[in-house]
Design a protein around this ligand. Structure first.
Ligand SMILES: Nc1nc2c(c(=O)[nH]1)N[C@H]1C(S)=C(S)[C@@H](COP(=O)(O)O)O[C@H]1N2
Ligand SMILES: [Mo]
Length: 544
């Protein structure tokens, strides 16, 4: 007689294992249906809801330490959670409905699949705010019901298959009792060892990632003590006439216009939509006299405006990469609103997107002549990743409100809060004046003989740049950089300072900008949440 029966040999354990194996495959099918046939992906729907429920401080922590890949890690954890739920479903079913641990019948698998299908459609999805079977999502209720039914079917059949297969193992190992007992004991030891090793590895990895984040980025904005920077800081000055001139080409300096394939991309989605024009139109409705719908051709036939505009993500760190500049073409939002006739009492415009993202802007911002529904970027149709077929441009406001894959413009009379605002980010979200050193690279040595061009970009949103100052002595003295005359006040400005360090040693280089109104960049170090980051970008450069 075996004294201890491993849990995997009890009905629950066997059901759990079978459920886990079937659940992993069913999850893969779910992702496949989502990617190829616009089926519903529970992890995405759920992840979206969980980030909304997360306190802002926790979100900030994750963002700080895990960085831009946070959404992917988060998603994988939820995906693993989904497999565990499948496994629990299998375990509990086997425990309650199959106490004798007999081979299951196929109809039992289908029954379990049906229960999980109803659970997902009637309980889980409504809990995430997506409505019954994803009624409120772009995928729609039909796609939701059908794709989840296929997932349930796959799960149910595979569950029975694996359960039966695991039972055949019991029969074959039950023959040589002594050998089996010895083997089971050995397995217990290796399992414990594996578990211990796994825990140690995970611990080391977590500590390593946190340490690495501290070293690689945490220091960037704090190399010069803020107290020192604040000593002769004036929030507002009389703006000087910009010192425009020729900029020397330097390695790693951003080009003034970012090519489309280098333009930063940020979105809430794991997989961004690729919108078929046959399924797309633009609806203008809400508090308007004449709601209407435009096809792409009708929208493209309206008068177009061309403008240069830079964008930055509100989650960009000081010195971070999520900032770019392009030439855009689009229809003025105010023209679209005028066509509909905005009713008195309207205060905000809600922008709805194909990926179920939403955001809102104030009516006063919406009617500014530079607020556009853009169709083209750097002379070509919007690339998929940047919002094809249409996206909003709101100069002066962070990238968040530049809604991509736009489908609907809704006029409202209440204070709507968008996707990120519901997660604690600022609703006004004006771009906070910032500047970045692109070259030389942080920590990379330069020669003491000859000239090094220190250069980068400065960005104010929509207030232009009047001056960029650079310090090469840890913020003690500042020199005026040369600016490249920008194509508009809505773009970043390329700046440069030639530098001839005389003595070898390590230099701390810092940059700060002033906009056309005389506002000076804020030296106080603040993380991106919830208003956008502030502080000065600093690098340390060894001179040899
Ligand atoms: N539909 C939709 N629009 C969106 C987003 C999104 O997830 N979905 N992300 C926003 C954010 S946070 C930013 S910073 C910008 C980025 O635009 P880009 O990828 O073209 O640079 O798009 C905004 N528009
Ligand atoms: Mo963003």
């Amino acid at each position: 007689m075996q004294a201890r029966v491993s849990w995997t040999k009890k009905p629950f354990g066997r059901g759990f294992l079978a459920g886990l194996a079937a659940g992993a495959v069913a999850s893969a099918v779910m992702l496949f249906l989502h990617a190829v046939f616009n089926g519903l992906s529970l992890p995405e729907s759920f992840g979206s809801e969980l980030t909304a429920l997360m306190p802002v401080s926790m979100f900030a922590f994750l963002h700080q330490f895990v960085g831009d890949n946070a959404k992917f890690y988060f998603y994988y954890i939820i995906l693993a959670g989904q497999c565990v739920v499948f496994a629990l479903g299998g375990g509990l079913y086997n425990h309650w409905a199959n106490r004798e641990d007999q081979p299951l019948q196929w109809y039992q698998g289908l029954f379990l699949g049906l229960i999980l299908w109803l659970f997902a459609g009637l309980i889980l999805l409504p809990l995430t705010g997506a409505g019954i079977f994803g009624l409120g999502l772009t995928e729609g209720i039909i796609n939701g019901m059908v794709s989840l039914a296929i997932v349930g079917l796959v799960f149910g059949l595979l569950f029975v298959f694996w359960q039966r297969w695991l039972l055949t193992l019991r029969r074959s190992t039950a023959t040589g009792k002594v050998a089996a007992a010895r083997e089971a004991a050995a397995q217990r030891v290796t399992r414990r060892k594996l578990f211990q090793q796994g825990a140690v590895f995970t611990g080391v990895a977590v500590v390593g990632v946190i340490a690495w984040r501290f070293i690689s980025e945490g220091l960037g904005a704090t190399k010069v003590p803020v107290a020192k920077l604040l000593k002769n800081y004036h929030q507002k000055v009389t703006p000087v006439a910009p010192k425009y001139g020729e900029i020397h080409p330097a390695p790693f300096l951003s080009p003034e216009i970012t090519p489309n394939d280098q333009y930063y991309i940020v979105s809430k989605n794991l997989q961004d939509p690729s919108v078929p024009l046959s399924e797309w139109n633009l609806r203008v409705d809400g508090l308007v006299d004449h709601p209407y719908t435009l096809s792409y051709a009708e929208l493209a036939a309206m008068p177009m405006q061309t403008q240069y505009e830079s964008m930055m993500c509100i989650s960009n760190d000081i010195g971070g990469p999520n900032m770019s500049n392009a030439l855009w073409e689009g229809v003025r939002l105010t023209d679209l609103l005028q066509k509909a006739g905005v009713k008195p009492g309207a205060t905000k415009i809600v922008l709805h997107a194909y990926d179920d993202y939403t955001d809102s802007i104030h009516l006063s911002k919406a009617v500014e002549p530079t607020t556009l529904v853009a169709l083209r970027m750097n002379g070509v149709q919007l690339p998929d990743g940047h919002g094809y077929p249409a996206r909003v441009l709101v100069p002066g406001i962070y990238g968040m409100k530049h809604v991509k894959w736009l489908t609907r413009i809704e006029v409202v009379n209440y204070d709507y809060q968008g996707y990120w605002e519901q997660r604690g980010w600022d609703d006004a979200a004006p771009v906070l004046l910032t500047s970045r050193i692109d070259t030389p690279l942080d920590g990379v040595a330069v020669s003491a003989h000859g000239t090094t061009y220190i250069a980068g970009v400065a960005f104010s949103g929509n207030k232009g740049i009047s001056a960029v100052e650079v310090s090469t002595d840890s913020g003690d003295t500042w020199q005026l950089a040369t600016l490249q005359k920008p194509p508009s006040e809505l773009t970043w400005v390329i700046w440069e300072l030639p530098w001839q360090p005389t003595k070898p040693g390590t230099y701390i280089i810092t940059v700060r900008a002033t906009d056309m109104d005389g506002n000076v960049q804020n030296p106080n170090v603040m993380p991106p949440e919830p208003f956008g980051a502030t502080g000065y970008h600093s690098i340390s450069v060894p001179v040899q």
